[in-house]
Design a protein around this ligand. Structure first.
Ligand code: HH2
Length: 299
């Protein structure tokens, strides 16, 4: 495998759920989830995002107990297997995040941006974890029921600014925060496209932008492709998102997106190999510092 350019990170999706929209049931067995995560890491994932609750439109929530039963054996198994990738816990429950951090996770991906459990911010602060704050209109049960905005980009931007201020107010260090527009979370196809088209306005907030378009339904609406066949659309959106300043890419199909972004980054930078050593490291400081620098000065 060639070296990864220094300025982007791949977050591999590991859904330990029966009902996720694209891979529900495939990795509910911990051994299957661990093997899948190890494969994603070998393909270039620097972060493994472990989730035990689907957030697909209409999804019903699961209890913290069920969520923990799904994710903790996977986190422990991965660390036992010597993973060098960072472990992210994809949850909006403080209790789940706390146990996952105890088990060795170092990143909290909260699709509610600390709104579901505001005390999650203090937990992240206290543990010195990194976090991703994502925009969502409403909640997964209702979010796709006629979402409306006057200007989706400025409203998402204002929301992310407010959530970042909240997190900082609760003690989270600014350099620990990443921001995500929440593609598909309370957005029509046009809202998703407008957010991608004007992603630079969110990158201007100065924090690394995370983007999650992988296999989502708007790609199927455009191409007519089924959920398992949306990697080409996923690549197109991630390449454009990189060009507009995103630096963390949450994907199911790590290898193809990695190759596409490696060529994109090399072309945008205009040189190969990259100027500094690879930053695909498991330590939070290295990763977030690198992506921060990149987001502030993408080219
Ligand atoms: N998308 C999903 C879940 N978590 N987190 C962030 N930060 N950004 C995203 O775009 C995002 C996310 C939905 O994808 P998936 O996990 O594959 O599906 P499901 O929620 O059905 O498990």
């Amino acid at each position: 495998m060639t070296a990864e350019p220094p300025d982007f990170l791949l977050m591999g999706v590991v859904n330990v759920t029966p009902d996720s929209f694209s891979d529900g049931g495939l990795y509910l067995d911990p051994e299957a989830a661990i093997a899948h995560a190890i494969e994603l890491e070998s393909e270039g994932a620097a972060i493994l995002d472990i989730g035990g609750e689907s957030t697909r439109p209409g999804a019903l929530g699961v209890s913290a107990v069920d969520e923990l039963e799904r994710v903790i054996p996977v986190i422990e198994g991965l660390l036992g297997a010597g993973t060098r990738a960072r472990i992210s816990i994809d949850t909006s429950k403080c209790r789940v995040a706390a146990v996952a951090l105890d088990a060795g996770a170092s990143y909290v991906n909260d699709v509610t941006a600390f709104r579901h459990n505001p005390e999650m911010a203090a937990l992240v602060a206290e543990r010195g974890a990194d976090c991703c704050l994502m925009h969502m209109l409403g909640d997964p049960r209702t979010m796709q029921d006629d979402p409306r905005y006057d200007d989706v980009v400025s409203e998402v931007k204002a929301f992310l600014e407010e959530r970042m201020a909240f997190a900082i107010g609760q003690g989270v260090a600014e350099e620990r925060i990443m921001l995500d527009p929440g593609i598909g979370f309370g957005k029509t196809i046009d809202h998703n496209l407008e957010l991608l088209r004007r992603l630079g306005e969110l990158a201007a907030l100065g924090r690394p932008v995370v983007i999650g378009t992988s296999r989502k339904s708007f790609l199927g609406r455009i191409t007519g492709s089924d959920v398992g066949d949306r990697v080409f659309g996923t690549i197109a959106t991630n390449v454009l998102a990189y060009e507009r300043g995103a630096r963390v890419f949450r994907v199911h199909d790590v290898r193809p997106v990695r190759d596409a972004l490696a060529v994109t980054a090399a072309t945008v930078l205009g040189r190969w190999p990259p100027p500094s050593p690879t930053t695909n490291q498991p330590t939070s400081t290295t990763s977030s510092t690198t992506t921060t620098r990149a987001a502030q000065s993408p080219r």
